[in-house]
Design a protein around this ligand. Structure first.
Ligand code: AMP
Length: 255
C-alpha cells in the first residue's frame, strides 16, 4: 500500500486496516504494550465515547475501533471500493437507523485482524445489540482473546442532546471536538492533522431522535448482557472529558 501523506507531522496510529478492511495494513505499528487492553465502550450516541476512546488510546496504547467510522469512511469512498455489506449500510445510516446485525458482523469479520492486534483494542459503537455481543464473544474465542472489561458511560438524555448539537468531527483523522466543551485551537481545523472539521449528518436533531430510540431499544439491554458476565463497569459521564477519563482509568487500575 502506498505511503500516506502526513504533512511532515508524526503519523498517528492510523487505523487504516480497520477503516479500509481487506488487505489494508496500518502504517504505524502499535508500540509494545506490557498489558494490552481489550475493551468495549458502551453508552448512548453523544455520551462522549469517541473522545474517551482517544484519551484512553493515548494512555494505554489500544486503538479505538468504531464501526460508525467504517461506515462513514465507506460513504466518502468511491463506490468501487465499497463491499456489498458497506453499500447496504449507507441508507440505514443516513436515516439514523441501526445497520442490520448481518451487515455489521460481515464488516467486523472482514477486520478481525484488528481484534488480535498486540496493542489491544477499544471497541466504540460495536456491539450495539445482544446478537452482535454474542457474535463478538464467538469471534474473540476463535481468535483466543478475551475482553478485559466493558466501560458503560452514563448520562441523562437531555445532556446528551446538548452535547451532540455542538459536536465537530475531523474529515481526515476522525478526531472529535466540541464547539464549547472541547474547541479546536483554530476554528474549523483539526488540532491533530489539520483536516477540516464538520458536523456529522447524523448529529442533526431529527436524526438524533431516531438514534436515541434505536439505542434505547437495542443497545441498552447490552448492559445486562455484560453485567451477567461480570465485565460491566459503570462510568458516570458528567464533568469534563479529563474527569471522565480519570474515572475510567481508576476503574481499569482496579481490574
Ligand atoms: P456511531 O458513530 O457509532 O454513532 O454510528 C453511526 C451510525 O452507524 C449508526 O447510527 C448506525 O446507523 C451505524 N452503526 C454503527 N455501528 C453500528 C452497529 N454496531 N450496529 C448497527 N448500526 C451501526
Amino acid at each position: 500500500m502506498a505511503e500516506r501523506e502526513t504533512n511532515g507531522r508524526k503519523p498517528r496510529r492510523d487505523r487504516i486496516a480497520w477503516l479500509e478492511g481487506g488487505d489494508s495494513r496500518c502504517l504505524t505499528k502499535p508500540p509494545p504494550v506490557a498489558l494490552p487492553r481489550r475493551l468495549v465502550l458502551l453508552g448512548a450516541p453523544g455520551v462522549g465515547k469517541g473522545t474517551q476512546a482517544e484519551l484512553l488510546s493515548a494512555r494505554i496504547g489500544a486503538c479505538p475501533l468504531s464501526t460508525g467510522d467504517v461506515f462513514r469512511a465507506a460513504k466518502l469512498s468511491k463506490d468501487c471500493r465499497c463491499s456489498p455489506a458497506l453499500e447496504a449500510a449507507r441508507e440505514c445510516m443516513a436515516r439514523g437507523e441501526l445497520v442490520s446485525d448481518e451487515t455489521v458482523l460481515a464488516v467486523v469479520k472482514e477486520r478481525s485482524q484488528c481484534l488480535c492486534c498486540c496493542g489491544g483494542f477499544l471497541l466504540d459503537g460495536f456491539p450495539r445489540t445482544v446478537a452482535q455481543a454474542q457474535a463478538l464473544e464467538e469471534l474473540l474465542a476463535a481468535e483466543e482473546v478475551a475482553l478485559d472489561a466493558v466501560l458503560s458511560y452514563e448520562l441523562p438524555i437531555e445532556r446528551i442532546v446538548a452535547r451532540l448539537s455542538g459536536r465537530l468531527t475531523c474529515s481526515r483523522c476522525k478526531s472529535v471536538f466540541h464547539a464549547e466543551a472541547r474547541p479546536p485551537r483554530a476554528g474549523g481545523i483539526c488540532d491533530h492533522c489539520g483536516g477540516a472539521l464538520f458536523q456529522r449528518a447524523d448529529d442533526l436533531p431529527e436524526t438524533v431522535r431516531v438514534r436515541m430510540q434505536a439505542y434505547e431499544r437495542s443497545t441498552a439491554p447490552l448492559a445486562d448482557f455484560y453485567r451477567e458476565r461480570d465485565l460491566l463497569i459503570s462510568i458516570p459521564a458528567e464533568g469534563t472529558p479529563e474527569e471522565i477519563f480519570e474515572r475510567a482509568l481508576h476503574a481499569l487500575e482496579t481490574l
